[in-house]
Design a protein around this ligand. Structure first.
Ligand SMILES: [Zn+2]
Length: 667
């Protein structure tokens, strides 16, 4: 009985040893043969003329197997065995000393990669962490769904730690990294952007797939569009890479997958115009010490295609990780911000024509009803509801031409906030302008409804905020009488119906007459500051000097730990603070106040200078009832630069004349 039991135990032990051998053999075959991927080519981004500001070029990537990145014990064991077998001398069993030696070789690999490629150790560490996190998350999802802890394909990949080596750099890296035979230098694709700083915000960029995103699309080592058109058109641009999955003897372990290239997409942007505007904005802001940035947009009225969407400052679209960190830290100029569609400003007086169109349509006021301007709304209140001058009796057209605040305070109060909201909404405020870009912000409609808020909303102050793209589209809406969402893609398949605002032609004529007078008649707020375009073009527009709030550069946060300890830290936002204090345990933010602002404490901010308008063919201008055939709208803003007429007006006039060099396009 006892002998039998002993025999059984021996048998069981033998079985386990045997099976352990089988497992190790299997692990050796699979683990040491990473799944090979076949790169696909991401689609190109073309501009309106067919130039290629973004394309994939072949390159070389330095890849490290997942087992090394994660320090997986089973992987390290088979790798140590493999390395020992390849060394001269008698291969024995792998012991703790061999594993220790392998670990120190791996530690030496990171500085070697950094030195061979010029990529920093901190960047490599971040990249490695990202991949390990993501694979662990996917594994956890699989475990939850299938109830078993199994090896997933992601654990068999080698992941690019450094991408985009040229052929020469690849040869050097191969030599420098030859002491680390598990490092693979594989063929890959590199996104190359034309070095146009003016296009960076529009093009956007690619980033490694987010570690939190465990959807089956997007493999862990792939790049994906995270901003701009790269993200907007991700589905079309992406393509699908192929793979070959073999064991160490070269036997297929899964059917091969052929790669499929991505599609090209074409922008509506005219790059030379975009570039010219960028440079012009740059030279303009250099004249104003408080100015922190600028933006301009140009929109074809009939198609609502965006011909230019400029944000100043820009940056090199090829900027790497370290440069981006530095750009992110510039809280005053905010170079990474897509001002053209990602920043909302108080619009100031550029909304007056819309307010007037609404008030005339609602019969709240008649075009010829005069409102007396004595320089301020209330004789007894000196410092509120002021005008730029004592304009005397103002009728609708003159009130636009002179941008009379008292006229619009009065009209705003008569119309009321809820009806103003209705008109703002019809013109597309309070929601993205329609490109579909993730950076697009909605801006803000006024919420508070008392009389003072109505007066402020009617002159584009208070809660109301719009993007330059919304401001430009407002002018396209006024030019045609119809609202239509804009697009930045030449072959945008979405329906973008044009919706009439329901303003009578006679009322539009009053509004447009005012916009004509702004530029072309003595007394107009831009008259003399804007050089009109040559015949047959007519330029109409509206200036705006919008009171902005100072920009908060950073804050002092008061943090409290569970034991009651409190400390103060300076940070740009709570997320940055939490990142920095990640290793200090959980804490609560119990206080925050502005640390630094722009302009500095004690200095009042200058107004944002706006000009929004449109160019129209004189023949179209003379036939206002029909949809204009040749009209182009635009908007310009210079942050904290001062008065719209004197500051933005001259730039706007030059942009208008420059537009005519590129538009309308010759057939
Ligand atoms: Zn006035």
């Amino acid at each position: 009985m006892a002998a039998l039991a002993v025999g059984l135990i021996v048998r069981l032990v033998q079985l386990q040893v045997l099976r352990a051998d089988v497992y190790r053999e299997e692990a050796r075959k699979v683990l040491l043969r990473p799944i090979r991927t076949l790169p696909c080519v991401r689609g190109r981004i073309l501009d309106r003329a067919g130039n290629v500001p973004a394309e994939d070029l072949p390159c070389w990537d330095v890849c490290v197997p997942y087992g090394i990145l994660a320090g997986a014990p089973d992987y390290l064991a088979v790798l140590a065995e493999q390395l020992k077998a390849s060394e001269p001398g008698t291969p024995g069993r792998v012991g703790p000393a061999d594993l220790e030696q392998l670990r120190s070789r791996i530690s030496a690999m990171w500085p070697a990669i950094a030195q061979a490629t010029g990529v920093g150790l901190d960047e490599l560490a971040e990249r490695r962490e990202q991949i390990v996190q993501r694979v662990r998350r996917i594994k956890a999802v699989v475990r939850q769904k299938q109830g078993i802890d199994r090896r997933i394909a992601e654990e068999r990949f080698s992941y690019p730690m450094v991408r985009g080596l040229s052929h020469g750099a690849m040869v050097e890296a191969r030599i420098a990294l030859s002491a680390f035979p598990w490092v693979e230098i594989a063929a890959g694709m590199k996104r190359r952007y034309a070095p146009e700083v003016c296009l960076a915000h529009v093009l956007g960029r690619l980033e490694n797939v987010d570690p939190d995103d465990v959807s089956p699309q997007g493999l862990t080592d792939e790049l994906r569009g995270v901003s701009g058109v790269e993200r907007l058109a991700e589905e079309r641009l992406h393509g699908r890479r192929g793979s070959v999955s073999e064991d160490i003897e070269g036997r297929e372990t899964a059917p091969p997958v052929d790669p499929a290239d991505g599609e090209d997409v074409r922008l509506t942007i005219i790059t030379p115009l975009q570039k010219w505007i960028y440079q012009r904005l740059g030279s303009a802001i250099a004249e104003y010490p408080q100015c922190t940035g600028a933006s301009a947009v140009v929109i074809d009225v009939a198609s609502r295609e965006v011909l230019a969407a400029v944000s100043f400052p820009g940056y090199d679209p090829n900027a790497g990780w370290a440069t981006r960190r530095a750009l992110l830290a510039d809280r005053r100029m905010l170079p990474l911000r897509s001002r053209a569609f990602g920043e909302a400003y108080p619009p100031g007086s550029i909304v007056k024509p819309l307010v007037l169109a609404g008030a005339l349509t609602d019969r709240t006021i008649a075009p010829e009803t005069p409102i007396e301007c004595r320089g301020r709304l209330f004789a007894e209140v000196v410092n509120a509801f002021r005008c730029t001058a004592a304009h005397g009796p103002m009728t609708a057209r003159a009130a636009i031409a002179h941008s009379c605040n008292v006229y619009f305070f009065t009209v705003g109060e008569m119309v009321g906030v809820s009806r103003l909201r209705y008109w703002f909404d019809l013109a597309g405020f309070g929601r993205p302008a329609g490109t579909g870009l993730r950076e697009e912000v909605a801006g803000r409609l006024p919420e508070r409804t008392n009389k003072g808020d109505a007066r402020n909303a009617a002159i584009g102050q208070g809660e109301l905020a719009v993007t330059p793209l919304q401001a430009g589209n407002l002018m396209a809406t006024i030019a045609s009488g119809r609202f239509r969402p804009v697009t930045i893609l030449r072959d945008d398949p979405r329906a973008r119906p044009a919706l009439p605002l329901g303003v009578a032609e006679a009322d539009w004529a009053v509004v447009r007459g005012g916009l004509y007078a702004v530029v072309n008649e003595p007394g107009g707020t831009a008259y003399g500051h804007v050089v009109p375009p040559p015949e047959p073009w007519v330029l109409l527009g509206k200036t705006g000097s919008a009171e902005g709030w100072p920009r908060e550069l950073d804050r002092v946060y008061t943090c409290e730990w569970p034991d009651g300890r409190r400390e103060e830290f300076i940070a740009t936002d709570a997320a940055e603070l939490r990142r920095r204090l990640a290793d200090r345990g959980p804490f609560t933010i119990v206080g925050r106040r502005t640390n630094r602002r722009w302009p500095p404490e004690g200095q009042e901010p200058e107004t944002h200078g706006w000009f929004a308008g449109y160019l129209i063919d004189r023949d179209d201008f003379a036939h206002p009832g029909r949809e204009p055939r040749r009209a182009v709208a635009f908007a310009v803003i210079l942050e904290y630069a001062g008065h719209g007429g004197t500051v933005a007006g001259p730039v706007a006039g030059e942009i208008a004349r420059m537009i005519l060099n590129y538009w309308p396009e010759k057939e």
